[in-house]
Design a protein around this ligand. Structure first.
Ligand code: C2O
Ligand code: CU
Ligand code: CU
Length: 485
């Protein structure tokens, strides 16, 4: 059935000596960071087209991989939409298998959401008209076809969706796309002889698929030329399963300015930032000293020690710090761009408005033992139930505010809710730390968190999803659905 990627069962020591040699030689070469094409809805009459298609991509010179992309061979264009507009997006499926396109982070009614119920059959076109009514933010879109989301995203079906508005424009933040406003879609992938392969087997379900090669916008070992000044980076964790623990090699500080829901109230100076799958952040980095520097990630922190050891033994994750992208500042000194003191005012959700509390535990079924016995798919769940498209798990009233208490078994799980933004009320019983601030749509959970959620979008004819954003967990049942009416 699956023609676009050759599956590979990865086992310890399975790489041939020739592969290792070739790899270390080619790993030294750097390539220009690819920047996805920008499509602005206003310059296209509020009508955009995406075509999900099969293509060929050279991640390494003289090596080709069969991949998936929107309007291209891998990933998709960056779509920019403006608050207040209604944007039609015609999505055509040329894959030869079912797909769907979910607008992750967009606050729109359930039937426009692009989740597992909005299936686009082969050769069909889906034409949602998306009302853009939320503040400026870095969102993304990706396949969400139930049972195959992980494979389709891994093969390339993801892209960036930028919302902009007047309030953001008035701040004068760097916003020349591809110049001082750079999208960075962070992923890890597994290659054999330079061709993309899809890790198979129980481990890749339990851990989620991981790879030993990092890519940014589909580029391996990328270099980005940036102006000598303040640059905005829009970071998206587009990996199936791994966390990125981001820091610059020279330990420089940067300003975190936006979470998933959009701009923070004021910039936060930091030296490191962790992004779990599905999470985004915008940061401002000062390159005015002209010195080249790399953005790196630490060893994957998302797996508990035993699982991490197993993953490393099977070559699935690197053990040290890995380079994500090298920045080379060039040109004349830019006029000193200053980081604004204040960004936007938030209307805080009010905890006294919460009308009820629901509890969710992301469960790993029989645990490791059951998985090793090969119980097949559907062993993961939420509150012990595997996802069922015919079952509405929760019913919510439109306009209500609720507290959702979420925890996860065995490892860290990024919990995502469609159709809402929420605030983190508490983590492990205490007030949330710096990383939990801002409006979110995805949050890392292991120790229990309390989320304050307001349901402002209806989901009547089609439900919204909540799920773990480790895509293999989602595909294997760690997902539920709720109606809002
Ligand atoms: Cu980014 Cu339901 O997903
Ligand atoms: Cu989503
Ligand atoms: Cu999970």
């Amino acid at each position: 059935r699956r023609s676009f990627l050759i599956g590979a069962a990865l086992a310890g020591g399975s790489l041939s000596a020739a592969t290792v040699l070739w790899r270390s030689a080619s790993a030294a070469e750097s390539r220009d960071l690819q920047i996805p094409e920008l499509i602005d809805a206003r310059s296209h009459g509020q009508s955009l087209a995406l075509k999900a298609q099969v293509g060929r991509t050279s991640f390494f010179p003289e090596r080709q991989s069969v991949t998936l992309g929107y309007n291209g061979s891998y990933l998709g264009p960056t779509l920019r939409v403006h608050r207040g507009d209604d944007v039609e997006i015609a999505v055509t499926n040329s894959l030869g298998e079912d797909t769907s396109v979910h607008w992750h982070g967009l606050l729109i009614p359930g039937e426009l959401d692009g989740g597992p119920h909005q299936i686009i059959r082969p050769t069909a076109t889906w034409r949602p008209v998306l009302p853009i009514r939320q503040p400026a933010a870095t969102l993304w879109y990706h396949s969400h076809i139930h049972g195959h989301t992980a494979e389709q995203v891994y093969a390339g079906l993801a892209g960036l969706l930028i919302v902009t508005d007047d309030e953001e424009k008035a701040l004068g933040l760097p916003s020349e796309y591809g110049v001082d406003d750079l999208p960075l879609i962070l992923q890890d992938r597994q290659f054999q002889d330079g061709s993309l392969v899809l890790p198979q087997g129980m481990m890749s379900i339990m851990h989620g698929r991981r790879g030993d090669t990092l890519t940014v916008n589909g580029t391996v070992n990328p270099v980005a030329r940036v102006p000598r000044g303040l640059v905005r980076l829009r970071l998206v964790n587009g990996a199936n399963a791994r966390n990125f623990d981001l820091a610059f090699a020279d330990d420089r500080s940067f300003h975190w300015i936006a979470s998933e829901g959009g701009l923070l109230e004021s910039p936060v100076e930091r030296r490191s930032l962790t992004l779990a799958p599905g999470e985004r952040a915008e940061i401002l980095v000062d390159f005015s000293d002209g010195r080249p520097v790399t953005l790196e990630t630490g060893p994957d922190s998302s797996l508990p020690m035993m699982m991490g050891m197993m993953a490393r033994a099977s070559n699935q994750v690197g053990a040290g710090r890995d380079l994500l992208v090298r920045f080379e500042p060039h040109g004349a000194d830019m006029p000193v761009a200053r980081v604004p003191d204040k960004l936007v005012a938030h209307e805080r959700l009010d905890v006294s408005m919460a009308v009820r509390r629901r509890r969710f535990v992301m469960t790993m079924g029989m645990g490791m033992g059951g998985m090793m016995m090969g119980r097949g798919t559907g062993m993961l769940g939420i509150n012990g139930h595997s996802f069922n498209m015919g079952r509405i798990d929760e019913n919510v009233s439109l306009g209500d505010t609720e507290i959702w208490e979420v925890s996860g078994e065995m490892m860290a799980h990024p919990f995502h809710i469609h159709g809402v933004h929420f605030e983190v009320l508490s983590r492990n019983g205490s007030a949330p730390g710096i990383r939990d601030q801002g409006l979110r749509d995805t949050v890392v959970v292991q120790e229990p968190v309390e989320l304050l959620v307001r349901f402002s979008q209806p989901a009547v004819t089609a439900p919204f999803m909540y799920h773990c954003h480790i895509l293999e967990h989602e595909d294997n049942g760690m997902m539920g659905q709720f109606a809002v009416r």
